[in-house]
Design a protein around this ligand. Structure first.
Ligand code: SF4
Length: 461
């Protein structure tokens, strides 16, 4: 393997173990002290407000078990099971709409999983019709309607069906195109099929496609990854997300099927990451925040350039100032400074919804300190910099004194200022430190410092 440009190995290892900060605090700080009455109170205020809404729908079913996966999912092909869950989603939409009404406008709907395309086109049509009937939804040109797609169970007719329903963004789970790696992760999928789907999606009118890749997988080497990157650059999706694989078999039992001897070590992972970064940026992709890339004409790249890009549970987003309503088992809502997570266990979720109850199981209400730190961490994750003066004006206090302990920790991370500059004015992560964004963000994470959060990983696929 080529020698990586060295970032301190201990910091890179810390980065790999860090939270992805799709929220602050992370979901590990949620407690059952926050329940349905708290959520209802937060949502009632939302109904009177004017901020736009993003709707997330979680579909937890998958046709087979990818060994690397860290998502909330159930492996089944039972149509009865999928259909029962589908009916529960419709019921939950009715429950939520009774609280929210047609006040705030939904500007984004995203289906994640699991495998959202476990539902057929007719089910998506019914679900979207329910959303249109029950909520105020932005008109077609302003609505972002997107889905994560497992290419293995996707047919060309699905793409035309989704497009006819108004879907305008798709994200294909690619991970790695090498057959040895695919067999080691139990996710064998044919590159020709993915290329055909990509071409068909473009013919159907999808202007924005994303490919998800994963690095650090078993048997992945630079030579094998080169083949995957050749494939990606041939297809030229508008966006590429390259997630790091975290091997945590004690938390995700399916990962136990992966032989640890087959995993690249920390230095090799750094090489793989640098290779992805180098090939994609050389091909014209703009690097965005943490492990994301977009063609310069893509709205996400534009939002990144003009400093308006945001980060939420769905990752990086062009949507500003949105509250988020999560529907389905394990989904998280973010409303008026409150986080609320639905029951993770699908049977428990179904039971609550079928009895006419909201499925909120736990959550968290942000304090003023959390809100400040959330803004700092989001700024690090999106822009790699924080302007203390500007942020201090927003929060009504001088930050340099208040954050003096954090400034000392920042200096300790990089005393020579090789990849990180910091001072009473704020901080800036240099290009050479881009792969250490989480390490910098963790400095401001009080929950982590207090032991409230263990290192964790969110979505890997
Ligand atoms: S990686 Fe995606 S398709 Fe595979 S088990 Fe996980 S959620 Fe399902």
């Amino acid at each position: 393997m080529p020698k990586p440009t060295a970032l301190p190995a201990d910091l890179f290892a810390r980065e790999m173990r860090g939270p992805r900060y799709t929220s602050y605090p992370t979901a590990l700080s949620f407690t059952d002290a926050f329940g349905v009455p708290d959520y209802v109170g937060a949502v009632r205020e939302l109904a009177c407000g004017t901020s736009p809404l993003s709707l997330y729908v979680h579909v937890p079913f998958c046709a087979s078990n990818c060994f690397y996966c860290g998502c909330h999912r159930i492996v089944t092909r039972s149509r009865d099971r999928i259909d029962r869950y589908f009916d529960a989603l419709l019921a939950e939409l009715r429950l939520q709409s009774a609280l929210i009404g047609r006040g705030p406008e939904i500007v984004q709907i995203h289906f994640g999983g699991g495998t959202p395309n476990s539902f057929n086109v007719g089910q998506f049509a019914r679900l979207l019709a329910t959303v249109q009937r029950r909520f105020r939804v932005a008109e077609a040109g302003r609505l972002e309607l997107s889905m994560e797609v497992d290419p293995r169970i996707c047919e060309p007719s699905d793409l035309f069906g989704w497009r006819a329903l108004g879907f305008n963004r798709l994200s294909f789970g690619i991970q790695d195109t090498n057959e040895d790696v695919q067999r080691a992760i139990n996710r064998v999928q044919n590159g020709d099929h993915i290329a055909m789907l990509t071409a068909t999606a473009r013919r159907a009118g999808f202007a924005s496609l994303n490919y998800d890749l994963v690095y650090g997988l078993p048997l992945q080497t630079p030579a094998r990854l080169a083949g995957t990157l050749d494939f990606v650059l041939d297809q030229k999706p508008e966006r590429v997300a390259a997630y790091h694989y975290a091997h945590l078999p004690h938390r995700f039992p399916a990962q136990g099927a992966i032989s640890e001897a087959d995993l690249p070590d920390a230095e090799q992972r750094q090489v793989l990451r640098q290779m992805i970064h180098g090939r994609l940026t050389l091909a014209g992709y703009q690097a965005i925040g943490l492990d994301h890339y977009a063609l310069p004409t893509d709205p996400l790249a534009e939002a990144h350039r003009d400093g308006t890009m945001r980060r939420n549970f769905q990752g990086y987003s062009t949507m500003q100032g949105c509250d988020l309503i999560g529907i389905g088992a394990s989904s998280i809502s973010q409303v008026n400074g409150c986080f609320s997570q639905n029951l993770v266990n699908v049977e428990s979720y179904l039971e609550a919804i079928e009895q006419g109850r909201l499925a909120c199981a736990r959550g968290y209400r942000q304090t003023a300190d959390d809100r400040l730190r959330a803004d700092i961490i989001e700024s690090i994750m999106c822009r790699g910099e924080v302007d203390f003066e500007r942020l201090g004006r927003q929060h009504g206090e001088a930050l340099a004194d208040r954050l003096a302990p954090e400034l000392i920790k920042l200096k300790a991370l990089d005393a020579a200022g090789q990849w990180l500059e910091s001072g009473r004015w704020g901080l800036k992560v240099k290009e050479s430190g881009r792969s250490l964004l989480r390490v910098v963000a963790m400095v401001f994470d009080r929950h982590l410092a207090a032991g409230g959060d263990a290192p964790r990983y969110s979505r890997l696929s």
